[in-house]
Design a protein around this ligand. Structure first.
Ligand code: XLS
Ligand code: NI
Ligand code: NI
Length: 442
């Protein structure tokens, strides 16, 4: 069989002392961190769309990423791309990947043709999964690229478009099920609006909820038991995306009685677009018992749009891994690199450097979070900070055993509360201490 990356061997762990740029410094798949291997903790996944479909084109310029598997059009091209993908998965050493229907199969001239293409591509994919052991983390339908979706899919004012979206999700649920996908993702795409002058927001959101209920019903009908996920994003492509951030999505799910059926797929760059940190969004989802999976990338704070860059920031990965470990992991979700190389990173080798950097950054974050949790430093300080809620008036507040009159009496009788430092700088220094410790132990 033709190989697409003949000059690259399987990437190995060599440790931080190695100067080999095509080796891992921190990601040692089999290394035990607590009771799981790094691979079991991190559940890395590759985004088919960016890594194999990305062309480098942007609003100002043409394609720059000339991929050998894109040399032929139609189904032969789709097959070449699939073989390239599975070769890449094995050489970089990830267990999972994710894709949209339209990433894998040519859309052809009609929905019928698209579905036939998709079915035949997924049959081949199933074979490659069996041959290699690589698995599907999640499937999703692209409900935003085709011109019919210019005013949204499930929130489109035209029910005919709503039906097309339903047809696509129905087929993609079947395919995800056939491929043993562990999750199914809805990212809002064009579900949102740009002006209230032409939008009935309430009706659109109700339609969206109906759509999600139908997806849940259909999954049940075909026996798909994977986790449903919604991926929040505040803007792009519409001005007001309905799935703005974690808190907005959770409230939407609760309003429409979907909260038991869905969890969240949190993307780092979408968090920063919403004016939050990555860790904040993870923590909001997690404290609601709804953190299901992660799109691991980063933005560029100087640009302020969804640049989907590979994660390289140790600090951010460390704070993220603290949230994940504190909720006992991310399975059946994973860390999906929804990230693309820059348009001037035009060599095939750059795809490897990008993923190596992302995997290393999260591996170090994992080691860090494990050390911090094991040593209990942060949790001790946290326990102490809230300790006054464990007895006396604090305990009564938490138990709902007091009221404004009793509290007012307490306040008037007890004078001013004692000032207590939040110790932010000390904590930041402890954080850095553990980051260095994690590097040393790698
Ligand atoms: C776009 C989203 C998209 C989803 C999958 O901004 O991140 O890539 O992850 O549709
Ligand atoms: Ni994403
Ligand atoms: Ni993004």
């Amino acid at each position: 069989m033709k190989t697409f990356f003949p000059q690259i061997e399987k990437i190995q762990y060599e440790g931080p002392a190695s100067a080999n740029p095509l080796a891992f410094q921190f990601y040692d798949a089999g290394a035990k961190i607590g009771d799981r291997s790094m691979q079991e903790h991190l559940r890395f996944s590759i985004a088919y769309w960016h890594t194999f479909c990305g062309t480098g084109s942007d609003p100002f310029g043409a394609k720059t990423l000339d991929r050998p598997w894109n040399a032929v059009a139609g189904m032969p091209g789709a097959e070449a791309k699939l073989y390239a993908a599975f070769e890449f998965f094995q050489k970089i050493g990830v267990e999972y990947y994710c894709f949209h229907d339209a990433d894998m199969a040519p859309e052809g001239d009609s929905l019928q043709e698209f579905q036939l293409n998709l079915e035949s591509m997924c049959k081949l994919t199933l074979q490659l999964q069996k041959d290699t052991g690589v698995k599907l983390l999640w499937g999703t339908a692209n409900l935003f690229s085709h011109p019919r979706y210019m005013c949204g899919a499930a929130t489109n004012p035209d029910p005919h478009v709503f039906a097309c979206a339903a047809a696509q999700v129905k087929k993609m649920l079947e395919m995800t099920h056939m491929l043993g996908g562990e999750n199914y993702v809805f990212w809002g795409g064009r579900e949102g609006y740009s002006t209230l002058l032409n939008t009935d927001m309430q009706r659109e959101q109700e339609h969206f909820a109906k759509f999600l209920h139908m997806a849940v019903d259909y999954a049940k009908e075909i026996g798909f038991t994977g986790q449903f996920l919604i991926e929040p994003k505040p803007k792009e492509p519409t001005v007001h995306q309905y799935d703005y951030d974690a808190a907005t999505v959770i409230s939407f799910l609760k309003t429409y009685e979907l909260q038991d059926k869905f969890k969240l797929n949190i993307e780092a760059n979408h968090a920063t677009l919403a004016g939050h940190s990555f860790a904040h969004e993870l923590a909001v989802a997690s404290m609601n018992g709804m953190l299901g999976s992660v799109d691991a990338n980063r933005g560029d704070l100087l640009l302020g749009w969804d640049t989907d860059q590979f994660p390289t920031n140790f600090y951010d990965c460390a704070t993220a891994m603290l949230v994940l470990l504190n909720q006992d992991g991310i399975a059946p979700g994973g860390l999906n690199f929804d990230a693309k190389v820059r348009r001037d990173s035009s060599d095939l080798e750059d795809l490897f450097h990008a993923h190596i950097g992302g995997m290393d950054s999260f591996a170090l974050g994992l080691r860090f979070a494990h050390l911090v949790i094991e040593d209990g430093v942060l949790s001790e300080l946290l326990t102490e900070r809230y300790a006054r809620y464990d007895h006396g008036i604090g305990k009564e507040i938490e138990a709902g055993m007091t009221d404004f009159s009793a509290l007012s009496r307490f306040a008037l009788e007890n004078g001013e509360p004692q000032q207590r430092s939040g110790r932010q700088e000390k904590l930041e220094n402890i954080f850095n201490h553990y980051l260095v410790k994690a590097i040393k132990e790698s």
